[in-house]
Design a protein around this ligand. Structure first.
Ligand SMILES: NC(=O)c1ccc[n+]([C@@H]2O[C@H](COP(=O)([O-])OP(=O)(O)OC[C@H]3O[C@@H](n4cnc5c(N)ncnc54)[C@H](O)[C@@H]3O)[C@@H](O)[C@H]2O)c1
Ligand SMILES: [Mg+2]
Length: 348
């Protein structure tokens, strides 16, 4: 393994290596796998593969808990052989992380039409029987897994490769590197990197209440914070102010960054979450019905109660509103405000 400890000391020595923390060696190892196709191929030999079918991750259920099983390269080759597939399909896998011991983790979709193999997608039902699990809709899967497994199962990279198989300049097929961190057009030499769209999400407060809204496409009864894609040329602050003005007709007073999250739906977004406040007396909402179905101010008690009983699968019948599930950054933002309502009015 060729690891070095930094710009000041590029020696490949045990002494140098020992100076680096586990986290740093892990990130350097992943960097190496993204840059070096041979190193990544070698890593596949001892690596672990997570399986997907048309972007739905394979989950197995044991004792009321769901887990995403891992397969070795050998197991994967045997599986493909059993279904009459050539092992070239493994070239479609993408690097998604590694363990502290540098076991590399890959994601492979058996349902998408393969770019490296002539064979089309594998039969889902037959695979599920063979693998003793089920390919589960990603949204559902994310809410059934623990946070660590859920973050591994992001399908954004698989989806991006599936949708970027041709060069937009030459029209020729592009080729992914082994790790899947880029695609190159052999004809135009253009390098394509995975893209994501910045999205702002804002919980607006008037000091005692917070503003929640819903789109008609949301599950029945669910309310969330205001969200919107950033326009080209905008700063995050400008995007937050514009989205709030556009969607509910309010002008913001203070704005405070909270946290961020990668979000796989509908494609690949970087959600940037903020708390914001409006001027006292300037709280009258004018809902933009082209964007939202409804919006309103909710008291601290109402929101705290909704957080306590939050379960999307049981809340839809009795007419009460419910909030996005724990894994969504909207939930974290709302929880933060419930725990500390002054967070939106404190200086940034
Ligand atoms: N993780 C969370 O907690 C959370 C919570 C709420 C919303 N979200 C996500 O935030 C995203 C944006 O929210 P929104 O729908 O209110 O956005 P929005 O208010 O900007 O409205 C969506 C519209 O913006 C336009 N648009 C501009 N740039 C776009 C792009 N790059 N991709 C797609 N559409 C684009 C389209 O016309 C689209 O219909 C959604 O995809 C949603 O999944 C995540
Ligand atoms: Mg919006």
């Amino acid at each position: 393994m060729s690891l070095y400890c930094g710009i000041a000391c590029r020696k490949k020595s045990f002494w140098c290596y020992r100076l680096l923390s586990t986290y740093v060696t892990k990130t350097r190892y992943l960097f190496e796998l993204k840059e070096d196709d041979d190193a990544c191929k070698t890593a596949q030999q001892t690596g672990a593969f997570y399986l997907f079918h048309s972007l739905a991750p394979l989950l197995q259920k044991s004792e009321q808990r769901y887990q995403a099983p891992q397969y070795s390269l050998l197991e994967l080759e045997r599986l493909l052989a059993k279904f009459g597939q050539d092992t070239q399909r493994i070239e479609d896998s993408v690097l998604i992380g590694c363990s502290k011991q540098h076991e590399a983790w890959f994601a492979l979709d058996l349902g998408l039409n393969s770019s490296s193999s002539l064979n089309a997608s594998l039969q889902k039902a037959e695979m599920e029987i063979e693998l003793k699990g089920s390919f589960t809709d990603l949204r559902k899967a994310l809410f059934q897994l623990n946070t660590k497994d859920a973050s591994l199962l992001t399908t954004a990279l698989l989806r991006w490769h599936d949708a970027h198989q041709f060069c937009s300049r030459s029209g020729q097929p592009t080729k992914k590197n082994v790790a899947g961190s880029k695609r190159v057009c052999p004809s135009s030499k253009i390098i394509y990197y995975p893209q994501m769209a910045p999205v702002v999400i804002t919980l607006v407060s008037d000091g005692t209440r917070c503003l929640l809204a819903r789109q008609s496409s949301f599950p029945k009864g669910m309310y969330s914070a205001l969200a919107g894609f950033c326009d080209i040329g905008e700063s995050l602050e400008e995007a937050v102010r514009r989205e709030v003005a556009e969607e509910v007709g309010l002008e913001l007073e203070r704005l405070k960054y909270s946290a961020s999250q990668h979000w796989s739906f509908p494609n690949s977004s970087l959600m940037i979450a903020c708390h914001a406040s409006v001027k006292p007396g300037q709280t009258e909402i004018q809902v933009n019905l082209k964007e939202l179905e409804a919006a309103g101010w909710f008291s601290h008690d109402e929101v705290a109660t909704a957080l306590r009983r939050n379960n999307p699968y049981t809340q839809q019948q009795n007419g009460t509103f419910w909030l996005p599930p724990k894994l969504a950054i909207a939930h974290q933002l709302i929880k933060e405000w419930v725990e500390k309502p002054s967070c939106s009015t404190l200086p940034a």
